[in-house]
Ligand binder design. Sequence first.
Ligand code: SAH
Length: 215
Amino acid sequence: MGEDTTIIQRKRMVAEQIARRGISDTAVLRAMERVPRERFVQPDDLAWAFSDGPLPIGEGQTISQPYIVALMTSLLHLQPTSRVLEIGTGSGYQAAILAEISCEVYTVELIPSLFEQSRKLLISLGYVNIYSHLADGSPGWADAAPYDGIIVTAAGPELPPPLLEQLAEGGRLVIPIGGRGHQVLEVHHKKGGKIHREVNIPVAFVPLRGEYGWK
Ligand code: SAH
């Protein structure tokens, strides 16, 4: 695939799958056009890199559907000065999208091979504002807290309590919560020291493991 062809395909992906479904945040739309999604999928799946669904990334994990990446990112209400925590680096695609929009991204992955692979790819693409960690991210990452945004890209049975503590005043936390097969996307907004919870759409994510995830 040539450079020009992939840019055209990314623009079409954004127009047809994301903008058309109602996401209008221009920072998110531009980031989705810029980040080379084709580099984050497995070589065998190159032809499906811009398709309207999730794809396997190895180790039984998946890179989310482009629309879900855009939706979760827009729900964070990020600014260029925001510091963000992602739990579940996977391919690194969501981290790259966050890094296009905000100033610092902290991302935590539990599986060593995915951690190594995504870290190398993000460095080779020139992302100097992404800090990758190999750890159980279900208790968050206290060292760099508080965060203006926290995004969990695996589904837990319940909201890990430390994540709310690591959220800055005015910050937003986006996480799929529910059973192993199906969940709802929840948004928790910290305002005046209180947490306001909203439920967004039904989703299907791979399980969050670790201390506050599925055993
Ligand atoms: N955001 C990713 C998709 C991730 S799939 C992307 O853009 O490609 C979910 C990821 O969460 C998997 O890589 C899985 O290994 C990871 N994960 C599951 N439980 C975790 C935990 N407790 N801590 C850190 N990562 C976890």
